[in-house]
Design a protein around this ligand. Structure first.
Ligand SMILES: Cc1ncc(COP(=O)(O)O)c(C=O)c1O
Length: 399
């Protein structure tokens, strides 16, 4: 197989390239509009103007008000502020939090910290397609429940959760609902009123904006304790001089991605389905993990039985193709993804999974190249891989 002289990027769930128009405005913000937004002179006023215009743009994109948008350094910080901020503000009401087994570590890790401090955390299961049952949320709520935190689109196998229904339940029960929408923002229609969420996290680098910027939607009237103290920026809720280049970049990305939104999503989903059908048809002992259609438009997750996903990632890398063997932080560790295990996939098969995540700039030609080389790579690995040392009537055994 001939190797390409260029690289193909199929790892958009890990991060996205910054669009040139976005880089341009971020550059301008660094060099021209570099003032500190808290200062009263013209330089500060320019920065403040950019900050508030950007806030209004992000607010509009999720059908919220500008004063409900808190700028942060990204999805991890947004999730941490939401979880610790609510836990601290509502500790007198109770110490029970409900989440799912498939959340990103940026939700699970703060919850583990709270667990060590005595909070009770309920981890709800998912079905075999990776979806939480809203009835389980309802059943788990007690008079001590202060927060439900369940994601929108899953970062591993793309399953989209029934957020709207969960939000209805939390509203009826007077419980705060936080949703990690880092993967779904700009990849699905996100309207905070329709979704009934009280808090929602987004991240710039998943939407073609720079790394190090994100936002937390906090519904008016939601009590939350600040987690970062200092100069009182962001109306005292998150101190620190604002990242104007990142924030302006995020607003520019949102402006670009919002125009032609449906066409873009349909194009990505079409390419995803083409990849899915071609790969399943060409490679035996392959399963497509996650929900058939309630999933992020760019997400494909396959299990190639008897293989370790990280070996496939390395082989494809030799051919200039970037994919992932799970979430970005776990790729190197070759650990079975928790989300796949939660769906009932056994650990050997979960380890054999790969994630291909597409973006709008991917082409059919790029997909065809992957479809051409992947069967050879999988069969080559299956012939040599230690998990498949023994074969019996062409059936592999896993030790
Ligand atoms: C679902 C989800 N939540 C949170 C994060 C963390 O976001 P960030 O990298 O902006 O901190 C990620 C990143 O992969 C994610 O996929």
């Amino acid at each position: 197989m001939q190797k390409l002289s260029r690289h193909i990027y199929f790892d958009h769930s890990a991060t996205t390239p910054v669009m040139p128009e976005v880089a341009k405005v971020a550059y301008d913000a660094m060099t021209l509009y570099f003032g500190n937004a808290s200062e009263p002179h013209i330089f500060g006023a320019e920065a403040k103007h950019i900050l508030e215009n950007s806030r209004a743009a992000i607010a509009k994109s999720i059908n919220s008000y500008p004063d409900e948008i808190l700028f942060t350094s990204g999805g991890t910080e947004s999730n941490n502020i939401a979880i610790f901020g609510i836990a601290e503000a509502y500790y007198k009401k109770g110490n029970h939090i409900i989440t799912s087994e498939i959340e990103h570590p940026a939700v699970h890790m703060p919850l583990r910290v709270l667990e060590q401090e005595g909070y009770q955390i309920t981890y709800l299961p998912v079905d075999s397609s990776g979806i939480v049952d809203p009835q389980d949320v309802k059943d788990a709520i007690t008079n001590k429940t202060i927060l439900v935190t369940i994601m929108h689109g899953n970062n591993i196998m793309g399953a989209i959760q029934p957020v709207e229904e969960i939000g209805r339940i939390t509203k009826e029960n007077n419980v705060i609902f936080h949703c990690d929408a880092v993967q779904s923002y700009m990849n699905a229609v996100i309207d905070v009123d329709n979704l009934n969420v009280d808090l929602m996290s987004i991240s710039g680098h998943k939407v073609y904006a720079p790394k190090g910027v994100g936002a937390l939607f906090i519904r008016r009237g939601t009590k939350i304790m600040p987690q970062i103290f200092g100069g009182g920026q962001e109306r005292g809720r998150r101190s620190g001089t604002e990242n104007i280049p990142g924030i302006l970049g995020l607003a520019k990305s949102v402006e670009i991605l919002s125009s032609g939104f449906r066409e873009r999503i349909e194009k990505i989903a079409g390419l995803r389905d083409y990849l899915r059908d071609s790969i399943i048809q060409k490679i035996s002992d392959t399963t497509y993990n996650g929900h058939p259609d309630k999933r992020l438009p760019g997400n494909c997750n396959f299990t190639f039985k008897y293989l370790d996903g990280s070996d496939i990632v390395s082989k494809l890398d030799e051919y200039g193709i970037a994919i992932s063997a799970g979430s970005a932080c776990k790729s190197a560790a070759s650990e079975a993804s928790k989300a796949l295990l939660a769906m009932g996939i056994c650990s050997e098969y979960a380890k054999g999974s790969i994630r291909i995540s597409l973006g709008f700039e991917n082409s059919k030609e790029e997909a065809d190249y992957l479809i051409e080389i992947l069967p050879e790579i999988v069969s080559g690995l299956r012939n040599h891989y230690p998990l498949c040392k023994e074969k019996d009537n062409n059936k592999y055994f896993i030790f």
